[in-house]
Design a protein around this ligand. Structure first.
Ligand SMILES: Nc1ncnc2c1ncn2[C@@H]1O[C@H](COP(=O)(O)OP(=O)(O)OP(=O)(O)O)[C@@H](O)[C@H]1O
Ligand SMILES: [Mg+2]
Length: 169
């Protein structure tokens, strides 16, 4: 089984969607995903797949480019908070967006997490999306940083390695 960081080749959008679904199976309230990568690298596409895995493929998941945050109530009762902080002027402004409420009991997906400064939680899943040449090809690099329980690390590892197996079949 591969260890972290996980390098996941995403040759096309279908593969990115599969990664989003895999993460949806293992993330829990209180978890934070820091989505990094250049403009257009696929951060929103991954967040969309994560949300649609629970709300259905028809669910509208707009980019929070201008609203900075979109929230979704999952059938499980958990809220998913999807932030895009590219346009955040100051880390303190994240509080007005409800960032602390989100951390309290939601699942938090945050694009441009560098904008949070000291508010970026120490325990988080780091996902770096990298454009890898071909028009649709991306590579995701995933690392669970901070204090994760061993069983949660194992669950993440398992979800991602199953995905890798599926990709190569
Ligand atoms: N393998 C892939 N994974 C993700 N997106 C892909 C892939 N192949 C093509 N795309 C396309 O690349 C674009 C990625 O845009 P997206 O909005 O997800 O980027 P982003 O990283 O959120 O950018 P921004 O920093 O502007 O928010 C979409 O048009 C998507 O359809
Ligand atoms: Mg985006």
């Amino acid at each position: 089984m591969p260890s972290m960081p996980f390098i996941v080749p995403l040759p096309n959008l279908t593969a990115t969607a599969a990664l989003g679904r895999a993460l949806a199976r293992v993330l829990e309230p209180g978890d934070v995903v820091a989505l990094r990568g250049d403009l257009g690298s696929g951060k929103t596409a991954l967040a969309r797949a994560f949300i649609q895995a629970q709300l259905g493929a028809d669910a509208e998941v707009p980019s929070p480019t201008f609203t900075l945050v979109q929230t979704y109530d999952m059938p499980s009762g958990v809220a998913v908070w999807h932030f895009d902080l590219y346009r955040l002027d100051h880390p303190d402004d994240s509080l007005e967006l409800g960032f602390e409420d989100a951390l309290a009991d939601g699942i938090v997906l945050v694009e441009w997490p560098e904008r949070l400064g000291a508010y970026l939680p120490a325990r988080r899943l780091e996902v770096v999306m990298v454009l890898t040449g071909e028009s649709e090809a991306r590579t995701a690099c995933l690392t669970a940083v901070g204090d994760w329980k061993n069983e949660r690390r194992d669950a993440l590892q398992q979800a991602i390695s199953q995905l890798e197996l599926a990709e190569t079949q």
